[in-house]
Design a protein around this ligand. Structure first.
Ligand code: MN
Length: 492
């Protein structure tokens, strides 16, 4: 799924200091790009030294049209007068990171003279550069620090993945099987606005088309996928026919997704006409391969799942469709139990644990037969949950920090995969904050996408961002949301 994205390094300077300085600037910029590329998830490619308005505008135009270019990184080695940058930055359509760094780490006590000062004046140049970003009200990420520092590299790596999330978003296609679950509000949304704002093409295909596709799947294709299931999962059922039926569903769904270029899909238990089982194992194994999924017609969470997966490690991280199901409210042991009726991605499974394939009766929906599904426990560790809601005329991305734990109960009769976590600042305060912000029961739970990346992504997509952390208090959040509501009404 991972495309060969790259980022362009455009370094600011000017003619004032003579050709030798410009040669040094370019040589160092090339060296920095090459060195940084070794530590970053995507290559940073030196593009040009910006010394004229025309040259910078040309580089930006090329970045806008280059499919592989997921964003630009700028830095001013010397002073670089910012009027030269106005035309280019005004036309920029890709994510922008201003890396406020410096080639040398130390001020060299003996060597420093006015030539050194003129060559190494990022402290000066990056402020001029920062002003024009602020003056243009341009959405940008600012990362300050020495380019060889681990923390700087990690933040730049995180921003790059967020920018890839923006690129994936702008090319996102979602396949809907069936409509939104009857009467449900939070999973609804304006699909036209989603395409304008986020680039998502959200369209519907008939369940009958899928049933027809399923009927064309061969036994040989099913055998091949069954071998893959057996290699990755333990079978805890005698009902091989149910597993083979899920394989048939997965193959058919995947063929339709790939044919249409869709990276995410939604379905609903209310519309399984002609199908024996709600896709459980099928959806789970598709998610493990990087496809996004949303239950009950929730196309927003389906697309968001695919985007967070693409932002994760190796272009397919530990991010998954999740649902807040029920609470453990014992004092000192306050946890949420997350699951879904079937569809939890095995990328959340605890390390070294092989998910079990089981078949159980599913009372909800139109299942004629017991669906096969993967059952496992989610892993422990810091994570987040993210929910995208349609506030009318704008989208709001709500992110909450959570601490996932090994489930404190074995729950032997629970026939689905489960994750247990403590919301921050604590379950009940966090819940009050979540409800205040209007967050959904459906979320994307991620162990490897960090809140800073989702803040970056929201800035790139120009949508509202709300972050519930260990410090958030409901009364402050209420004020924040009131202010943001006014700002966004003025903005749009
Ligand atoms: Mn649900």
């Amino acid at each position: 799924m991972k495309k060969n994205y790259e980022f362009w390094f455009i370094v600011g300077s000017q003619f004032l200091y003579g050709p030798e300085v410009l040669e040094t600037v370019e040589a160092r910029a090339r060296e920095m790009a090459a060195e940084l590329s070794k530590a970053l998830p995507y290559p940073l490619v030196f593009k040009t030294t910006g010394v004229t308005c025309e040259g910078i505008a040309q580089a930006v135009r090329e970045a806008n049209y280059a499919d592989d270019c997921a964003g630009i990184v700028t830095w001013c080695h010397t002073f670089s007068p910012s009027k030269m940058w106005i035309n280019g930055l005004s036309a920029l359509q890709k994510p922008w990171c201003h890396l406020a760094t410096q080639y040398n780490r130390e001020i060299p006590n003996d060597e420093i003279d006015m030539d050194f000062m003129n060559l190494n004046q990022a402290a000066h140049g990056d402020r001029e550069h920062g002003f024009i970003g602020a003056r243009l009200r341009a959405p940008r990420k600012i990362i300050a620090g020495h380019w060889q520092d681990e923390r700087v590299r990690q933040r730049l790596a995180g921003w790059m993945k967020a920018a890839v999330g923006a690129a994936v978003s702008r090319s996102m296609k979602v396949m809907r099987f069936g409509d939104n679950m009857r009467e449900v509000a939070v999973t609804e949304g304006d699909k036209v606005q989603a395409q304008i704002q986020l680039g998502w093409q959200v369209n519907t295909w008939a369940v009958g088309d899928l049933v027809q596709e399923m009927s064309a799947v061969t036994e040989a294709e099913i055998d091949a996928l069954m071998a893959e299931y057996l290699a990755r999962y333990d079978v805890h059922t005698d009902n091989t026919a149910a597993i083979r039926y899920q394989a048939r569903e997965e193959i058919a769904i995947r063929k339709m997704l790939d044919r249409e270029g869709c990276l995410a899909f939604s379905n609903t238990f209310q519309d399984l006409y002609g199908m024996e089982q709600l896709p459980g194992l099928a959806s789970q194994h598709l998610m493990a391969q990087g496809y996004g999924y949303g239950g009950e017609g929730d196309w927003k969470v389906a697309a968001l799942t695919a985007i967070l997966k693409a932002m994760g490690e190796g272009g397919n991280g530990a991010s998954a469709f999740m649902e807040d199901y029920t609470y453990h409210l014992v004092e000192g042991q306050e946890y949420s139990l997350g699951a879904h009726m079937l569809e939890v991605c095995p990328s959340l499974a605890a390390e070294g644990v092989r998910p079990r394939i089981e078949t159980h009766h599913l009372g909800i929906g139109m299942n004629e037969k017991d669906p096969a599904r993967l059952v496992f426990e989610g892993k422990a560790g810091p994570a987040l949950v993210a929910s995208l809601v349609d506030m009318g005329a704008r989208f709001r991305l709500i992110v909450q920090d959570i601490e996932a734990v090994k489930p404190i109960l074995p729950m032997p009769n629970l026939p689905v995969a489960r994750v247990m976590w403590r919301a921050l600042p604590d379950l009940t305060t966090g819940l009050e904050c979540w409800i205040t912000a209007g967050g959904a029961h459906h979320t994307v739970l991620s162990y490897d996408v960090r809140p800073e990346q989702l803040r970056d992504w929201a800035r790139m997509m120009d949508i509202e961002f709300v972050h519930i952390t260990a410090e958030t208090r409901p009364e402050k959040l209420e004020e924040e949301l009131l202010v943001k509501d006014l700002i966004w009404k003025l903005k749009k």
